[in-house]
Write a protein that binds this ligand. Sequence first.
Ligand code: MF3
Ligand code: CO
Length: 277
Amino acid sequence: MRREHIEYKTMAQLRKIRKAALIVNDIHTALRQAAKPGVTTKQLDDVALRVLHDHGAKSNFMGYEGYPAQTCISVNDVIVHGIPGDHVLEPGDILSFDCGCVLNGWHGDAAFTMVLPGGDEAVHERREWLCEVTRRSMWVGIAAMAHGAHVGDIGAAIDDYISGLSPEPGIVEDYVGHGIGTQMHQDPDVPNYRTYDRGAKLKPGMVLCIEPMITAGDQDNFTEPDEWTVRTEDGSDAAHWESEVALTDKGIWVMNLPDGGASELARFGITPVPLGE
Ligand code: MF3
Ligand code: CO
């Protein structure tokens, strides 16, 4: 197996990452507000740009391996890496927003999924369910980072949760979570499924992006000729949630949320530990 090079952060560095991640949270809030039927995904990308600009931050997606936008906006059967453009949103669309920023050299990266009001009632309900189980699977993964011993414990927990659902959704295996810090993508890989290898030991100073991508049907996917847009092969809907989580010797802290994840982690018996000022 390839040797992993993990960047362990000091407390002061973690606090810098938190600043970047909280800007991503502000972008999410603005996008949740602005996303409506009739709006184009490019208009939403511009909303993200404005928030980035207001904070004096830059998108870490723009230019990444030639990526041409501030954010990724993935609609319906698009799993990830949808490029904002002239696509007009419709009632009942399920869409995921993946956003990131770099501030003073430190990276934030987080994603959420939402379902627009309206559309066919049955379709709408199924999409809300997919959004919610994906969100929950992310929190199950985050809880496993707090309780676990190895990076692989995160994917195992997500896998156990998703496999227990009926109908059983697909876990996308071709894309995984990752370490993050002075670059957006760092070691270690963070798979969303159980692997034979338990992976690196969870150690203080690690920052991981935990980001399950879940499909209503089969996980098989293809990339469009634009070389970015990833769609389900069977046309089924997809959802994607991502949080950036720090591990210290005292516990975890969800960087992209002002409460560090406290309200969601309570039901797992976990109290996130602040990083200080
Ligand atoms: N932020 C995505 C991730 O969660 C990657 C986006 S790819 C980019 O890892 F090219 F758009 F930056
Ligand atoms: Co990510």
